[in-house]
Design a protein around this ligand. Structure first.
Ligand SMILES: *[C@@H]1O[C@H](CO)[C@@H](O)[C@H](O)[C@H]1NC(C)=O
Ligand SMILES: *[C@@H]1O[C@H](CO)[C@@H](O)[C@H](O)[C@H]1NC(C)=O
Ligand SMILES: [Zn+2]
Length: 451
């Protein structure tokens, strides 16, 4: 069941290099090319490209051991993993990662919400750094690889580079993002959204509580973070803070495994919008109120809207447009009552923001028309979030493709239909993602996070 790290990490390593060197190198062009393709600085004595590449060797056993050990910081029994933001297990897992970063010679910094940065200073530290990372929080009963491969893999990549004697020109940074999963506070990619400078989120967090009515700030404080209650702007990164950000992640889908392809090079990340809709009617007894008269059934309005969502999504004409009614609740929910209230939650995603927003607009129009025709009240139509999709950076895509080719690995350009911290990092840095196959869609134990 172990992921095939021996080949998985090689392109990642190469990428760390090539992207660090691709960006704005104004020196001798021959040096640039050698460095891009060898992954080794030109002044290293034996830098003939493929031989040095294949000599980069990942300690897969120790990496697998670390993944297993990290999975033991869990609130549910093995093999499942449950690690909720700022819980005791999360704090212990963070300590484990910081310790590994220290052992790898990285200098560790944490921000006010617990994003963790491990930095290896380059020999030209004034240049912007190259960063990579992912998350280690885990939704209830998830598997042990989601997010984790992108963090532990990055630390091992640093180890490999150190063992090979490499000295980076740009600084390299490993990032652990706080709360990619929305489990505790209902906010996904909390850490990376703040890094990307979301004022809206920084303000919303002042009022945010979890299911136990514990405030975000109390929870953060119990884990040793957010000592300053009001100001999270310290977390914001300036645009251009990194010359490149890359994330390694399991695909969480069947394509690579089914097609026997080693590497997915992500070209775009689709972004979801979510919508909450409420209809209200008069209700009434299922026997007493006759069909042709005065029924205004909030349940039928919801059913009609659910079908309209499917229709509008299909009308977009693109396979990349998707829409789902994942929640449909009727009130009072009795077999002999005409529903007086209905509640729907709609998720719609696309890699093209305009196309997705058109779908949202059509759904809104339909909701109003349905309410009018069925004489129910559209009491709420709320767009809860509407994140813009992100495109990967073209030079990073090229570097990943070149790396795969050089390593004789099959690869495929793909769209990430789940979203990741990379979606938000793309707002402050050129971004790229590598997917690796995951055994049975990552369902090693029960569920995987599709957020
Ligand atoms: C949550 O806590 C606040 C502040 O202590 C209190 O005012 C509020 O009533 C609580 N809400 C619930 C649902 O317990
Ligand atoms: C890729 O395949 C070529 C041709 O078979 C071989 O010479 C080269 O060493 C391989 N590269 C790696 C990194 O395995
Ligand atoms: Zn993930």
């Amino acid at each position: 069941m172990a992921l095939r790290f021996s080949y998985v990490l090689h392109p990642f390593l190469l990428l760390l290099f090539s992207s660090s060197i691709l960006a704005h190198n104004e020196e001798d062009p021959t040096i640039q090319i050698m460095e891009e393709f060898s992954g080794y600085p030109i002044h290293e004595p034996h830098s003939s490209s493929s031989s040095s590449l294949s000599s980069l060797s990942v300690d897969t056993e120790s990496l697998q051991r670390q993944i297993d050990e990290l999975s033991s910081f869990s609130d549910t029994p093995a093999p499942s993993v449950t690690r909720i933001l700022y819980s005791e297990k999360d704090v212990l897992a963070r300590r484990f990662i910081k310790n590994l970063m220290g052992l790898s010679g990285l200098s560790v910094r944490e921000d006010a919400v617990g994003n963790i940065f491990g930095r290896w200073d380059g020999h030209e530290p004034e240049l912007t750094a190259v960063a990579t990372g992912s998350h280690i929080d885990a939704i209830p009963y998830s598997g042990k690889y989601d997010g984790v491969v992108g963090v532990l893999g990055a630390i091992e990549a640093i180890n490999v580079l150190r063992r090979s004697g490499f000295k980076p020109k740009r600084s390299l940074e490993v990032i652990l993002f706080t709360s990619e999963e929305p489990t505790r506070f209902g906010i996904s990619c909390l850490g990376s959204r703040l890094l990307a400078g979301s004022e809206t989120l920084a303000n919303a967090l002042k009022e945010t509580v979890d299911g136990q009515n514990i405030t975000f700030f109390d929870a953060a404080r119990s884990a040793g973070y957010a000592t300053d209650r009001e100001d999270l702007s310290s977390v914001f990164l300036k645009k251009g803070s990194y010359s490149a950000f890359v994330e390694l992640h399991i695909e969480q889908g069947p394509i690579l495994e089914e097609e026997g392809i080693s590497i997915g090079v992500v070209t775009a990340i689709a972004a979801p919008a979510s919508i909450k809709v409420d209809f209200e009617g008069n209700g009434g007894h299922a026997g007493a109120v006759l069909m042709p008269h005065s029924r205004n059934d909030a349940g039928l309005a919801a059913a009609e809207l659910a079908l309209a969502v499917e229709k509008h999504v299909l009308e977009s004409g693109s396979i990349d447009t998707v829409g789902t009614v994942g929640i449909l609740e009727l009130h009072p929910g009795a077999i002999n009552s005409i529903p007086s209230k209905s509640h729907l939650e709609i998720d719609t995603r696309d890699i093209d923001e305009t196309r997705r927003n058109n779908v949202i607009e059509k759904i809104h129009q339909s909701a109003m028309t349905i309410a009018k025709n069925r004489k129910v009240k559209l009491s709420e139509f709320k767009i809860v979030n509407q994140d813009p999709p992100a495109l990967s950076d073209e030079p990073i895509i090229k570097a990943m493709e070149a790396a795969s080719q050089e390593l004789n690995l099959t690869h495929k350009l793909m769209i990430s239909r789940a979203y990741h911290d990379s979606l938000f990092m793309a707002r402050v840095s050129p971004m790229g993602m590598i997917f690796i196959p995951c055994y049975k869609e990552g369902k090693l134990v029960g569920t995987v996070s599709y957020i």
